[in-house]
Design a protein around this ligand. Structure first.
Ligand SMILES: NC(=O)C1=CN([C@@H]2O[C@H](COP(=O)(O)OP(=O)(O)OC[C@H]3O[C@@H](n4cnc5c(N)ncnc54)[C@H](OP(=O)(O)O)[C@@H]3O)[C@@H](O)[C@H]2O)[C@@H](O)CC1
Ligand SMILES: [K+]
Length: 513
């Protein structure tokens, strides 16, 4: 795959791919043009932050933390622009070398440049009293935790609560994984301006917690030559909207897709209610339920056709969802094996994943399937399936398990990562923390199964498209969480399900380019 159709806000590139895209762009442009684009965009965001913080740029106090590389260069040139607009700009050099052209530009516009040593109280005072600190210590060239004196100044900024704008990436965060080697030696940004594209470290792991509000600026990088293995596609409203189109005038309930749900049990009827709640709003025209909680399901949702029998006898569907609260007994095992034997897409969640991890025959039956299989583990279930914990590189871990099992894997988390066996990978990173509530995953499973059934009814799914739909479902689920949590409301899984129609409508309203 190539990156045609990607935008800076949806393309998540590895550092190696950024470097190549950067080199290709530079070869076409005058010397330094990319850095000037980056610095211009950075100065615009810094200017708007300063206006929010102190009403104007003129007379505001800006401190640049400047490392050895081009990240520091961006900060220095942006600082020069702010100085030209009347800001009092101090650059604190924290490495043994710096971008000379950037420092000269800053000086020419009236800014000050000084080298800082560990314990330099004048520098600490400048940071503590600044209206805005610009973090140009490390960008995509950074490795590991911040060194001194940068770590110390970052701590001063954290402790004094001064506003921080990170250049490209909060320094101390691993660009490719979001790993933070030392929680005491990392910048905590209020905003981050990323250049050209996203990096996984801005969305995943501890990095996501240090990024603050994220802006991605177009500096003219092309994504045409980015390999699948170097790319993760971030799902936003614009990319999700085309996959959420409503029914056509000629559709009936069957052509819209039939989704089957076998979730819940006598012990856990709630999971059945929640999974079917999600399935009712995922575009399928018909929801079947097969399992022991059929009475509770019908009591909640009269539109769901719910029966106590086996999956194999439930009638035709374009996707089965099996797992949540279904249990681990022989009957539940039979439901997984029945569904695995059908050639329609199959989504396995929760208990079905535990069965798959613990029972070699179940695992073999799932791996041997010809139809598309989607697995939706949380981190604990992932570890049981993979035999190792997720680790710091979530994208690599998900790609690896997807390839091993020949299945689409959706790893739930504050950002949800999805990969297909061929390496196509997606991230949905807009879910509010309120989604971390019991039963929310059951709603997601039903929603995704319904979306899979709907699309399968129109054209047979391949794993890469199923992975895209999985990420779209996670995005819509996140949007529903945000709708449910609006105005500070508390959120239960049923509230998330109830908010799905409004979330779908919100995403549909976005107008792709
Ligand atoms: N991509 C694009 O299109 C564009 C990119 N642009 C910008 O360039 C940035 C990348 O610049 P870059 O390559 O110079 O790397 P950068 O991150 O500034 O510094 C790395 C230096 O820091 C050092 N160092 C490493 N780890 C360290 C640590 N833990 N603690 C302390 N020091 C550490 C390491 O030195 P070493 O230790 O190896 O001697 C190395 O020299 C990018 O993020 C973006 O802002 C834009 O200008 C235009 C378009
Ligand atoms: K930075």
């Amino acid at each position: 795959m190539t990156g045609h159709g990607l935008r800076p806000a949806t393309a998540v590139l590895t550092v190696a791919a950024v470097r190549r895209a950067e080199a290709a762009a530079m070869a076409e442009l005058p010397e330094g043009a990319l850095m000037q684009r980056a610095a211009t965009a950075l100065a615009v965001v810094a200017g708007s932050m300063l206006r929010e913080i102190c009403g104007r740029v003129t007379g505001s106090r800006v401190v640049l933390l400047v490392g050895a590389g081009d990240n520091g260069g961006d900060a220095l040139y942006a600082g020069a622009r702010l100085a030209a607009r009347g800001a009092r700009v101090d650059a604190l050099l924290v490495a043994d070398r710096h971008h000379v052209g950037g420092a000269d530009a800053l000086r020419r516009n009236g800014g000050r440049v000084q080298v800082v040593a560990l314990g330099d109280l004048v520098a600490a005072e400048l940071v503590a009293r600044a209206d805005l600190v610009v973090d140009g210590i490390l960008g995509i060239g950074g490795r590991g935790a911040l060194r001194e004196p940068a770590a110390w100044l970052a701590a001063v900024a954290r402790e004094t609560d001064v506003a921080v704008l990170a250049v490209d990436l909060p320094s101390g965060v691993d660009a490719d994984t979001g790993a933070v080697a030392d929680a005491d030696a990392v910048v905590h940004a209020d905003r981050t301006v990323a250049f050209g594209c996203l990096k996984a470290g801005l969305l995943l792991g501890d990095g996501a917690l240090r990024t603050g509000e994220l802006a991605v600026v177009d500096i003219g990088l092309s994504f045409d030559d980015v390999a699948t293995s170097e790319l993760v596609v971030r799902i936003d409203d614009d990319s999700a909207a085309p996959l959420l189109a409503g029914p056509g005038a000629r559709d009936d309930k069957y052509t819209r897709g039939v989704v089957g749900v076998s979730a819940g049990s006598e012990a856990y009827p709630g999971a059945a209610v929640l999974a079917t709640a999600g399935a009712r709003h995922g575009l399928a025209g018909y929801v079947r339920y097969a399992g022991h909680a059929h009475e509770q399901v019908v009591a909640h949702w009269p539109d769901v056709v719910a029966r106590p029998g086996r999956v194999a006898d439930a009638g035709r569907t374009q996707c089965w969802v099996v797992g949540s609260g279904r249990g681990l007994d022989e009957d539940a095992r039979g439901a997984v094996l029945d569904a695995a034997a059908l050639d329609v897409p199959l989504l396995l969640d929760a208990d079905a994943l535990t069965l798959m991890a613990d029972d070699a025959d179940v695992r073999a039956a799932v791996v041997a399937r010809s139809g598309v299989t989607v697995l939706t583990p949380h981190a604990g279930e992932f570890a049981r399936l993979a035999g190792v914990p997720v680790g710091e590189d979530r994208v690599a871990a998900v790609r690896s398990l997807a390839a091993d099992l020949g299945a689409v894997v959706l790893l739930k988390g504050s950002a949800t990562v999805v990969a297909a066996p061929d390496g196509h990978a997606y991230v949905a990173a807009s879910a509010p923390p309120e989604l971390a509530t019991a039963g929310s995953g059951d709603v997601l499973a039903g929603l995704l199964g319904s979306l899979l059934a709907h699309h399968e009814a129109h054209a047979p799914l391949d794993p890469a498209r199923a992975a895209l739909l999985a990420a779209v479902a996670a995005h819509v689920h996140g949007a529903a969480g945000a709708v449910a949590a609006d105005d500070g409301r508390t959120v239960t899984a049923l509230d998330v399900a109830a908010a799905l129609p409004a979330a779908v409508a919100r995403v549909r309203r976005s107008s792709p380019e």
